[in-house]
Design a protein around this ligand. Structure first.
Ligand SMILES: Cc1cc2nc3c(=O)[nH]c(=O)nc-3n(C[C@H](O)[C@H](O)[C@H](O)COP(=O)(O)OP(=O)(O)OC[C@H]3O[C@@H](n4cnc5c(N)ncnc54)[C@H](O)[C@@H]3O)c2cc1C
Length: 370
């Protein structure tokens, strides 16, 4: 048993790594525990796009902070400010796109509606099917496959003690602190951050803290490599498509298409009923994909709350237990949310006001309904 650490963070995804980093940079002795390798969950299997033009308005300040975090890492994280183009294929989608673009412009996001001529200049590889498009030149992408490499170095430099391949299977809140059971060892800390992605809900539930975190299974695919055919990240006004060609020429194909749950507790399974429409829409938008073979399709888990806003804050006081989970497009907003949570832990002033994302909003409604 050990009490050498001021705080433990469970989860080596973007939320856990960035929180641990912030805390260690403020001189806390931090232990980070990850059941696989760093980024072994969704943070390494996601698409790595950093899109301000489609990000939810209430999360924009965090998205901007995340954007700067990745931009500062630059080449190391595979950061490329390639721009993004959001497409509409039908009149109702075009009307939605115009409304959303105006709202983003009012919030200071660099995005504009462009003509179809400009669209074909920017992306000659797209089909003639879109009827409207919005262009955000500063939107970007990183290579999420580098998550392990990037954070291993950052965390080591900051002095975070990282335990990989160490699954936490029980946590109990005691008078003197929090006891964390993993791999036959029990560690006690005064403070704990649960940043375990889709597993966060189950972990809190086992501590007797019921929070409404559901799990969504999302699908991604990658094609074989080809010459450069897409310069920007391409998205769809209704979220049904996301395309991005990587620097080595493979095309990533995503969108809001759900896979199937994996009863054995893995990261879900590909569902042909959703994969095929996803691929058809990709070919409809970018016909060059017709000539390419699909190399792999996979699924990854996302934690979602009923209002689709993250859980950021304290769930138990003295000893202190915090949670950071359930953010849509969390690879972008994660670093900013982690800064906000770390400020709460450190009781220091912060420009972000995360009180609206407090887990108490659900605990309070649960109490009211009881
Ligand atoms: C298919 C897909 C594509 C996406 N594309 C994008 C995108 O382009 N841009 C964007 O911004 N966002 C994207 N996202 C969202 C983004 O990937 C997630 O919001 C983000 O990665 C969540 O980070 P996290 O740290 O909360 O979770 P995770 O990355 O899942 O990290 C949680 C970690 O906790 C560990 N863990 C769980 N249980 C335990 C335990 N008992 N003991 C120890 N460790 C444990 C897991 O192994 C895991 O590594 C995408 C999501 C999906 C599913």
């Amino acid at each position: 048993m050990s009490q050498d650490f001021d705080i433990a963070v469970i989860g080596g995804g973007i939320m856990g790594c960035c929180t641990a980093l912030e805390l260690a940079r403020s001189n806390m002795r931090v232990l980070l525990i990850e059941q696989r390798a760093l980024g072994g969950g969704t943070s390494r299997s996601n698409m790595g796009t950093l899109l301000l033009q489609t990000h939810r308005l209430a999360l924009l300040p965090y998205a901007r902070a995340g954007y700067s975090f990745w931009q500062d890492l630059g080449y190391e994280a595979g950061f490329v400010a390639k721009g993004s183009i959001n497409l509409a294929f039908a009149p109702d989608e075009a009307a939605l796109l115009e409304r959303r673009t105006k709202l983003r412009q009012d919030a200071g996001v660099g995005v504009e509606m462009i003509s179809l001529e400009r669209l074909s200049e920017l992306e000659p590889g797209l089909s003639g099917k879109p009827i409207a498009a919005a262009y955000a030149p500063e939107d970007a992408a990183v290579n999420s496959n580098r998550h392990h490499q990037v954070f291993t170095k950052l965390l080591a430099d900051a002095g975070v003690h990282v335990l990989e391949n160490t699954g936490v299977y029980r946590i109990s809140v005691e008078d003197q602190g929090v006891a964390i059971l993993s791999a036959g060892e029990c560690r006690r800390v005064k403070r704990l951050v649960v940043a375990s992605g889709a597993a966060s809900g189950g972990m809190l539930e086992r501590m007797g803290l019921g929070l409404p975190l559901q799990t969504k299974v999302l699908t991604l695919s990658v094609t074989e490599r080809t010459q450069k055919r897409l310069s920007h990240v391409i998205t769809h006004a209704l979220g049904a498509l996301k395309l991005s060609q990587t620097p080595i020429g493979a095309t990533l194909i995503g969108g809001d298409w759900e896979g199937l749950p994996d009863e054995r507790g893995g990261s879900g399974r590909v569902d042909l009923d959703t994969l095929l429409p996803n691929l058809r829409l990709a070919q409809y938008a970018a016909p060059y994909l017709n000539d390419l073979r699909l190399v792999r399709s996979w699924t990854a888990l996302e934690a979602v709350t009923p209002d689709a806003f993250p859980l950021v804050g304290s769930v138990v006081h003295d000893p202190d237990v915090y949670v950071l989970a359930g953010c849509p497009d969390g690879y972008l907003a994660g670093p900013g949310l982690a800064t906000a949570l770390a400020s709460r832990v450190l009781e220091r002033a912060c420009t972000f006001d995360v009180s609206t994302f407090s887990p108490l909003r659900f605990q309070a409604s649960a109490l009211a309904g009881a």
